[in-house]
Ligand binder design. Structure first.
Ligand SMILES: NC(=O)c1ccc[n+]([C@@H]2O[C@H](COP(=O)([O-])OP(=O)(O)OC[C@H]3O[C@@H](n4cnc5c(N)ncnc54)[C@H](OP(=O)(O)O)[C@@H]3O)[C@@H](O)[C@H]2O)c1
Length: 299
């Protein structure tokens, strides 16, 4: 699991550890949160992702992965930040590093494994009219070019985040429709926890964004029936354990007003050409051969 040291992921881990049969490996920048075995992982560095994947394989020995939870995520205020690999940080952490991790760990997935990728309904212009993704071209996103129409400005950071979350959803679709997933019975779920107070997601945002989020949203959440941290953690844990299974043909698990729903993917996420292009472009960006492992490409 990635993103198990804070927020929704930590809430999920606390539930997962109640299940004595579950052995947990988490990728963490620090020591972890004392739940499961923490292995070093910094998603801002692709070399760290490769080392983490190798360490996971070593820890597994002859065992395989029953569930892979790709939950880590971050936001920044604008698109000026770059990782050591030279990619825009939001795109690199939220999408590209997770894409590489998925590709590297894919051979270690069990038959019937569950893969959960945490996305956000901010990916959808219908639920995010303020700073929706304007495109999902991986090469442009990697360069921080998130706007095609609007001028770059104070919304660029959130637009980059929204685009990265659209990438998460398209990656889930790509894996789900791949021959590999079908043959191996891998279940893929894209999880939208909805808007939740009390996590550290906005920690790198400017004060003008962070203050209303940290002060007003918790108050609003009492009156608005907003999703809660514990509720989202429980759903994430239940999805990971297979205790909540998608209805037939569904893969987008969206928590709305504390209830789990299984809507159709949004129009922007339901684009087969975008699914395949993102998969291929991401492979090229992380240095994987684009035409290798044909079974992993979306059908
Ligand atoms: N909160 C919301 O309203 C909301 C809504 C929709 C979707 N989401 C999604 O939910 C997921 C969890 O977010 P959250 O709200 O729980 O935020 P959070 O409290 O900030 O947790 C984020 C997690 O990601 C990890 N992470 C971030 N950057 C990393 C890096 N470079 N390398 C390794 N780990 C890194 C953090 O580790 P550290 O402890 O080392 O920082 C932490 O464990 C994210 O994917 C987010 O996009 C959140």
């Amino acid at each position: 699991m990635t993103g198990g040291t804070s927020g929704i992921g930590l809430a999920a881990l606390k539930r997962l550890q109640r299940n004595s049969g579950v052995q947990i490996l988490i990728g963490a920048r620090g020591k972890g949160a004392g739940v499961g075995k923490a292995l070093p992982l910094d998603l801002e560095r692709l070399t760290s992702v490769r080392r983490f994947a190798a360490a996971v394989e070593e820890s597994l020995g002859a065992a395989t992965i029953d569930c892979l939870v790709l939950n880590a995520g971050m936001q920044v205020g604008d698109t000026s930040h770059r990782t050591e690999d030279g990619f825009e940080t939001t795109f690199a952490v939220n999408h590209l590093a997770h894409y590489l991790l998925l590709r590297l760990l894919q051979p270690s997935l069990s038959v019937g494994a569950i893969v959960v990728i945490t996305t956000s309904n901010l990916h959808d212009p219908k639920t995010n009219p303020i700073a929706a993704p304007e495109h999902v071209d991986a090469r442009k996103l990697a360069r921080g070019e998130v706007e095609l129409v609007s001028p770059p400005g104070p919304r660029s950071g959130i637009r980059a985040y929204a685009a990265s979350k659209l990438c998460n959803l398209l990656t889930a679709q790509a894996l789900m429709t791949s021959a590999f997933a079908k043959e191996k019975g891998v279940r893929v779920i894209a999880f939208n926890p909805g808007f939740i107070a009390g996590t550290r997601l906005t920690r790198h945002q400017p004060l003008t964004f962070k203050l209303p989020y940290t002060l007003i949203v918790p108050v609003l959440s009492v009156f608005q029936r907003m999703n809660t941290l514990e509720g989202a953690g429980k759903i994430l844990a239940d999805l990971a354990l297979g205790e909540i299974a998608p209805p037939p043909g569904r893969f987008y698990a969206s928590q709305v007003e504390r209830e789990l729903t299984w809507p159709d993917p949004s129009d922007v996420a339901n684009d087969a050409a975008a699914v395949t292009k993102l998969w291929r472009d991401s492979a090229a960006l992380v240095g994987l051969p684009v035409d290798a492992e044909h079974t992993l490409y979306p059908a």
